[in-house]
Design a binder for this molecule. Structure first.
Ligand code: ARG
Ligand code: ASP
Length: 721
């Protein structure tokens, strides 16, 4: 019996020591985390991760192109990130003749690398707690507006001061909902070239079918190189630029992972909402997410139907479909996960305890006593506006009605002609060339029948989902002239508009004059767009903004109160797209009753999924050949090649491409996703089921070396065998 008890206790200990919720601030690891990290197996120090005195891991991690993470893997500026993070760059270099999305791309020398005009990578030079300077002159009784003005003014001074006489940029970001502020001083590189990407049949293997799922077999990586000027500093693209020489790059480990191994993820998580009240979960799961899921289901059904019929359409809508599908699927997973966790009830119980604690002390009661009831009141009106706003954005942006987007491109040009003195020729030409570029890129991937069908469908859905106050004026035309027939309305719109066709749009642009403004304003796509913008400006934005102010100030207070309430506990700030450390262990999980998942997938699983009939599961011939010949080289383990693994690190959107390192700080994987049962982790983390998914670095090297024949790239890496 005693023995059994010991076993149970040690299992529990092992468990609590392996699952670690939290996204931690690199500057504060020494204070809060390093001891625990070392207990869990980490062999390095906090200074090895973040230091301003010596080269540290932070010098090898960067924001990749504004939304993902990437890391250096050589002393010649070579970086690795996800395939889905490099996707639009890879697509932009692709054409029917050179279809790099389908076939992959590998530069066989530095000369063959492809420049990407607007791409940047951003390194953190240092960060600093600037709370006192940001809040200087702020007092708790001033209006939200006054508070914001003072803070903005202070931040301006701080960032100017921090970047004076340097080529750095700086931002100040709020933490703990405005209870703390940090300054980030960054270095932004602008010459980033594509070195290589596997074909989508590897880099996006499993497609949207497997997205957000485990077991996973996606080779989700791509490789780029940073270039710098003679002084190793950032510069615009120039063929004379030199590969960037970093202070630090990650050694790449071939040692692989075992269940129970320590792992750390170091990257840029975007946003999480761990400290919101129960009302927030209720709003999302019962109102906002169902509306959004519904409208995206409609979009996807239409796109899918056309994409199945025509290969050209499939290519054109590949990226759009992936974008729409990604959050659509995650929202469904979040609702499910929160439900199974009984998250709302948990929050309510927590709030009951909190309220009790508040009322125990008259001081506290004065400060926090009405917080929860104010929240309740706020959320009783927030849901409707939030739904209206999100649905409106789904209709006119976010791969909604594309002709409306095309029409909106002419806004700036029209307003030039409406100025009193009329436009100057130079301004007009500049604007026209911008619009021309946008038109070309929109129509490159445009299929009118999809747009028309989506238009009719989502306009009708919009009407049925939102408050009547949010209906734009043109709906009168639908209910009047077209007797509620949305297809008839869309037929007429697409027949009459200039903007559903590239030739007529370009022609309209080329001949644009004062008279065109009138014509523009009569165009039904323009009318649709502008009517929606009117609703946004008059009905939605003012209310949304003031409710948001209220939310922000309640959130700040509630966060402060929670920090007092849980003063014994080490809380981490919500993600805000700043550099964070997550740590945990490689670990499988129980997905549902009687289903236990292992921590690792292999090449065997790719061959099991192989199905030439299903687009997402077509395995490239070359990979099958390597498989048949067991040509695995040094990437082999137990007679196969490892592909992906899962661990208990707390991650979110933006962490894609983040380095996953072992106890020695060597790169063992690249993070790219989370597993289905745990995608609610942005709102509530469940250590038993939340898992981040990484590509095993050995699979990436195997693809580079054996599949693509670009093994020369390995020569510049520091490989640990
Ligand atoms: N779910 C991952 C993330 O949120 C991967 C998304 C890209 N892949 C896709 N099939 N859409 O970014
Ligand atoms: N796939 C996400 C990304 O692109 C990562 C995640 O949400 O887990 O950042």
């Amino acid at each position: 019996m005693k023995k059994l008890l010991l076993i149970i206790i040690s299992i529990q200990l092992a468990f609590s020591a392996s699952a670690k919720e939290g996204m931690w601030i690199p500057l504060l690891l020494e204070k809060y985390n390093i001891e625990e990290m070392q207990e869990m197996g980490f062999k390095l120090t906090a200074e090895d991760i973040y230091s301003i005195n010596q080269a540290s891991m932070k010098d090898a991690v960067m924001i990749f192109n504004g939304g993902c993470t990437a890391e250096l893997i050589s002393d010649q500026g070579l970086i690795i990130t996800n395939h889905h993070c490099g996707y639009s760059a890879i697509q932009s270099h692709s054409s029917v003749e050179n279809d790099y999305l389908t076939d992959g791309f590998w530069a066989m020398s530095k000369q063959e690398e492809l420049p990407n005009p607007d791409m940047t990578v951003t390194f953190l030079k240092y960060m600093e707690d600037v709370t006192d300077s940001v809040l200087w002159g702020v007092d708790e009784n001033m209006t939200m507006q006054k508070r914001e003005e003072i803070i903005a003014e202070n931040i301006k001074k701080i960032t100017e001061q921090a970047t004076k006489d340097t080529h750095y940029t700086a931002t100040v970001k709020p933490f703990f909902h405005g209870n703390q502020y940090f300054l980030f001083v960054n270095e932004v590189f602008k010459d980033v070239r594509l070195v290589g990407a596997p074909p989508s049949a590897i880099g996006k293997f499993g497609g949207d079918t497997d997205n957000w799922m485990w077991p996973r077999h996606t080779g989700d990586f791509s490789v780029f190189r940073i270039y710098a000027n003679e002084d190793n500093e950032p510069a615009e693209y120039n063929s004379a630029n030199k590969p960037y020489k970093p202070a630090k790059h990650f050694p790449v480990s071939l040692k692989g992972v075992d269940e129970g191994d320590f792992t750390m993820v170091f990257g840029y998580p975007g946003s999480t909402y761990q400290y919101v009240p129960s009302f927030h979960l209720e709003m999302l799961t019962e109102k906002v997410y169902p509306g959004l899921i519904d409208i995206r289901t409609h979009k996807l059904n239409i796109m899918d139907r056309y994409m199945e019929q025509d290969r050209g359409v499939r290519i054109k809508y590949a990226a759009k479909n992936a974008r729409v599908s990604n959050s659509w699927k995650r929202w469904r997973g979040e609702i499910r996960g929160l439900d199974i966790l009984n998250a709302q009830q948990k929050k309510e119980d927590y709030q009951a305890g909190f309220q009790e604690w508040v009322e125990e002390d008259s001081n506290r009661a004065a400060k926090y006593g009405t917080l929860l009831s104010e929240y309740e009141e706020l959320y009783s009106s927030l849901g409707e506006v939030r739904l209206g706003r999100d649905m409106l954005l789904e209709v006119i942006y976010r791969n909604g009605i594309e002709v409306a987007n095309v029409a909106s491109l002419f806004r700036g040009l029209a307003s030039l002609y409406e100025k009193e003195k009329g436009p100057n020729a130079e301004e007009v030409e500049k604007m026209k060339s911008g619009i021309r570029k946008d038109l070309t890129s929109i129509f490159k991937d445009y299929h009118q029948p999809i747009d028309k069908e989506i238009t009719a469908d989502i306009l009708s859905l919009y009407k049925n989902s939102v408050d009547d106050n949010y209906l734009p004026a043109f709906y009168e035309e639908i209910s009047g002239k077209h007797k509620g027939d949305y297809n008839a309305y869309a037929d007429r719109l697409f027949k009459k508009t200039i903007f559903a066709d590239e030739t007529s749009s370009i022609e309209f642009l080329d001949n644009f004059s004062a008279r065109s403004v009138k014509k523009l304003k009569k165009d039904p796509a323009w009318v649709l767009y502008e009517n929606f913008m009117d609703v946004y400006g008059d009905q939605i934005y003012p209310v949304y903004k003031s409710l948001n102010h209220k939310t922000d100030s309640l959130n700040r207070l509630y966060m402060k109160a929670q920090m007092e309430y849980e003063s014994g506990k080490n809380l981490y700030p919500d993600a805000n797209f700043t550099l964070r450390v997550g740590y945990g262990k490689v670990k499988g999980y129980q997905a549902r009753d009687a289903v236990q998942y292992l921590h690792q997938t292999t090449l065997e699983g790719i061959m099991e999924k192989d199905n030439p009939e299903i687009y997402d599961y077509r395995v490239p011939e070359r990979l099958k050949e390597l498989y048949r010949n067991k040509d695995y080289g040094r990437y082999e383990e137990n007679g196969t090649v490892p592909v992906c693994f899962i661990a208990t690190n707390h991650t979110t959107g933006g962490n894609s491409g983040s380095p996953v390192v072992n106890a020695e700080g060597h790169l063992i994987g690249v993070n790219f996703d989370r597993a289905w049962e745990g995608v609610m982790s942005d709102l509530m983390f469940n250590p038993e089921q939340c898992r981040n998914i990484s590509i095993d670095i050995r699979y990436a090297l195997f693809i580079i070396d054996k599949f693509a024949g670009a093994g020369y790239l390995l020569d510049e890496m520091t490989i640990v065998e």
